[in-house]
Design a protein around this ligand. Structure first.
Ligand code: GAL
Length: 334
């Protein structure tokens, strides 16, 4: 029947591409403009010249649990980092794998046998480069490094430069945040995921500049996502339970390297205590002045990672108290 409809559509000159999407439906399969499921996990969003770019882990093929595994270090072979573009945040066009796996060098961070996670891309206005940071890992998660790549264009290709431990410290789940003055910071789960490091970067965003602070000491925060509202910095994060969901936490600070105050779990509604089965990855400042932000979560399917889904929900900011909540919605529009 489907084949017949396609033939009829083709005969009538109608495109068989995905119909326009005009609402967010968390947890549902979310197709790109070609009708294929969006494949961009642990991702981040960059807005550049009126277009949004979504970068994420491109997870294809079998999910593997190595025979030596003593914990649930499920992984897929590294294929690279994907990029999608959109004008409206609903409809995403696949721009390709912009940081590609390196097939011929088994020691390379991007070799299929390795692990790469949580890519984040920022634009450096001074160097006019797009800079990507990733979590570069070994299959047993002992490497704990950050990897850096650059491109002249938001849609790549990104050239991989190197990986290292920022300020000689472990770096796993991570995000980048560019402040209004153009300074970029890496927020990363360090010290065996127990303590978060906030690393200030060099003006070219390619390395830490040596100044960093230890925050959330011993609190095991992962999956950090940072945003700014009314001159305050907020960090949404998860706890540390591998691919399994746990309770989210929001924290606030007056300055990035200053003291952070934990506000608690912002999620409300069914399964709010396990982040609706999701884990934070990014907060999109859609219109920060108007208090419009979208919180982006991954819903991991650990035994079939490529079928992991997305949960995008609006931040709700109380007009009088500025209290931030993330209420559950089956489906919603902004
Ligand atoms: C999570 C982390 C994911 C991935 C996973 C591996 O805690 O947020 O990005 O590293 O562990 O188990």
């Amino acid at each position: 029947m489907k084949k017949l409809l396609c033939i009829l559509a083709l005969a009538a000159g109608i495109s068989t591409a995905q119909a326009q999407i005009d609402a967010f439906t968390p947890k549902a399969v979310w197709n790109d403009t070609e009708g294929r499921p969006i494949n961009a996990h642990g991702g981040g969003i960059l807005k550049h010249k009126g277009t949004y770019y979504w970068y994420g882990e491109y997870k294809t093929g079998k999910t593997i649990l190595p025979s030596w595994a003593s914990w649930e270090c499920y992984r897929t072979d590294v294929t690279g980092v994907s990029c999608y573009s959109s004008k409206d945040l609903y409809n995403w066009k696949f721009e390709g794998v912009v940081l590609k796996a390196v097939l011929d060098d088994p020691s390379h961070d991007l070799h299929p046998t390795k692990v790469i996670e949580r890519p984040k891309v920022v634009y450096n206005k001074k160097t006019k480069k797009f800079v990507m940071w990733i979590h570069a890992e070994s299959p047993d998660y002992s490497k704990a490094c950050a990897g850096v790549a650059v491109s002249d264009s938001p849609t790549g290709p990104f050239e991989y430069i190197e990986s290292f431990r920022p300020n000689d410290s472990m770096s796993r789940d991570q995000t980048l945040y560019v402040d209004d003055d153009g300074t970029c910071y890496q927020f990363t789960s360090s010290e065996n995921n127990q303590t978060l490091h906030i690393n200030r970067l060099t003006p070219d965003y390619l390395r830490p500049d040596g100044t960093f602070v230890r925050r959330f000491v011993g609190m095991a925060r992962e999956a950090p996502a940072v945003f700014k509202y009314k001159n305050k910095y907020y960090m949404l994060s998860s706890g540390c339970t591998g691919w399994d969901p746990n309770e989210a936490q929001l924290a606030v600070a007056d300055s990035i390297m200053g003291e952070w105050t934990v506000l608690g779990n912002p999620c409300t509604g069914p399964d709010a205590d396990i982040t609706f089965h999701g884990q934070s990855t990014y907060v999109i400042p859609v219109n920060p002045k108007k208090g419009q932000f979208i919180a982006c979560f991954d819903m991991w399917n650990k035994r079939n990672l490529s079928d992991s889904r997305y949960i995008w929900l609006p931040l709700n900011i109380d007009k009088e108290t500025d209290k931030i909540t993330i209420p559950w919605h089956e489906t919603w529009k902004y």
